[in-house]
Ligand binder design. Structure first.
Ligand code: FAD
Length: 430
């Protein structure tokens, strides 16, 4: 019987604990919440989603969709709970965040191979162990990691979007619909004409942000605050979160100049997330400026946008393979802390680390094919890189095809190749 320590009951830690428990390991899963909270978590639930309730695209020919399919093929707990907690969101998999994290908590707590210990870890673990304390790793523990790993701790800044109470929205000014009609009435759309947009933009650019100097550098390019995008040019938002294309207001003949989209936060539609509105504005400014959006003049905010430092390690320097530390055999770093970016990427790294650790304990080589996104992401983290940054799942990570293919064909082929090879791998592995 192998005993393994997993530190951090987030997406990566829960997935890792689950995969190890499935294979007969006895797991001690340490989670510091609810006694110690992070700046973004607000509950004691395991696998709490700190920002958006969307887990990305569903289409199997997109990188997000393929990652989901790979995770399902490997019996991912997080994917199973996400599928069970799904709320309508067009072509994306969005979940009721409370139902989702309560479900993960229940499944983990009921597993007799997992003991959940609600404790703050302040010591570097002994092998075998997986450290998955996330981008908001507790400060004291981050210092322990720094001391052990040398100069290998890095960071960037990330932001979360506000959530609005549905009852405070003026439904006479907004309309339901998804871009190009894909997904039916999954989004609430707040249309703006040219004058409304210009006024909004001017105020947004001039608005006061939190500790501006500290945050000015080190944003993560794919999760930029809405006010930073606004400052890049008068039309930047129209190609980003306020993109109007494919959205027609049924009450007006003229297409909207800009559209703010709101996505359901729960199955009952009592709350809506402002899509792409992660922000670092001070709270008073958020209320003032976002209430300029048509339909949101009387908006009540369930949560306002926040900004946080995200920690990750310099994986190419510190990891050897499949998230294992070079200098500490049998100790793995998984999740966002290992330099993958995103809810399901973090989940996937927890899964891969657990499989590899389990293989090590049983004397078996366990490495996923490099033409799967899970295998390719793990390989990315150890590739020499003098400017290492956290990485989302994307097709650019996969080995290219020799033959010439259209973009659509290429996407299909990537997905087909990955799932076919993963199936062969799974069948040989069990
Ligand atoms: C503010 C913010 C917004 C984000 N928004 C998104 C988004 O919208 N979409 C997206 O795909 N990704 C987002 N991310 C990135 C990332 O996908 C999530 O942070 C994701 O939850 C990472 O998973 P994880 O398992 O690595 O960490 P987490 O899910 O954060 O889990 C880490 C766990 O470890 C616990 N912990 C920390 N230190 C200790 C300790 N010393 N002892 C015991 N327990 C400890 C924490 O309480 C936490 O439960 C966001 C990140 C941040 C910080």
């Amino acid at each position: 019987m192998h005993r393994v320590t997993v530190i951090g009951g987030g997406l990566a830690g829960c997935e890792a604990a689950w995969q190890l428990a499935l294979r007969g390991c006895k797991v001690a899963l340490f989670e510091m919440r609810p006694h110690t909270l992070t700046p973004a978590h607000s509950s004691g639930n395991l696998a709490e989603l700190v920002c958006s309730n969307s887990l990305g695209a569903l289409n199997p020919d997109s990188a997000g969709g393929l990652l989901k399919a790979e995770l399902r093929q490997l019996n991912s707990l997080i994917m199973a709970c996400a599928d069970a907690a799904q709320v309508p969101a067009g072509g994306a998999l969005a979940v009721d965040r409370d139902v989702f994290s309560q479900l993960v908590t229940k499944r983990i707590s009921e597993n007799t191979n997992i003991q959940v210990r609600r404790e703050l870890c302040t010591d570097f673990p002994t092998s075998p162990a997986i450290i998955a304390t996330g981008p908001l790793t507790d400060n004291a523990f981050a210092q322990v990691l720094k001391d052990k790993l040398g100069e290998g701790m890095l960071s960037f800044y990330d932001a979360a979007s506000p959530i609005i109470e549905a009852s405070s929205i003026d439904f006479s000014q907004v309309f339901w619909g998804s871009r190009y009609g894909k997904g039916g009435e999954d989004y609430l759309n707040c249309p703006m004409d040219y004058e409304e947009y210009s006024h909004f933009l001017t105020e947004l650019i001039a608005a006061k942000t939190v500790v501006q100097k500290e945050f000015e550098e080190g944003y993560f390019e794919s999760c930029l605050p809405v006010e930073v995008l606004a400052k890049r040019g008068p039309k930047t938002l129209l190609f980003g979160p306020l993109k109007p294309v494919g959205l027609l207001d049924p009450r007006r003949e003229k297409p909207p100049y800009a559209v703010v989209q709101l996505r359901r936060e729960d199955a009952e539609s009592t709350m809506f997330n402002m899509v792409g509105f992660q922000t670092n504005l001070v709270w008073g400014e958020q209320k003032r400026i976002f209430r300029m959006i048509p339909g949101l003049q009387k908006a009540e905010f369930h949560r306002l946008g926040v900004m946080h430092r995200n920690s990750f390690i310099n994986s190419p320097k510190l990891l050897v393979k499949n998230y294992q530390l070079k200098d500490f055999p049998g100790v793995y770093i998984a999740g966002q802390l290992a330099g993958v970016e995103g809810y399901l990427e973090s989940t996937g790294s927890g899964l891969v680390a657990a499989l590899h650790l389990w293989g090590e304990l049983c004397g078996r080589e366990v490495t996923l094919p490099l033409d799967t996104l899970l295998g390719a992401l793990a390989a990315y983290t150890v590739r020499p890189n003098s400017d290492f940054q956290p990485m989302n799942a994307n097709f650019g990570l996969l080995p290219p095809f020799a033959m010439k293919l259209s973009k659509k064909e290429r996407r299909q082929q990537y997905s087909e190749r990955s799932l076919k090879n993963l199936l062969v791998w799974v069948n040989n592995f069990v």
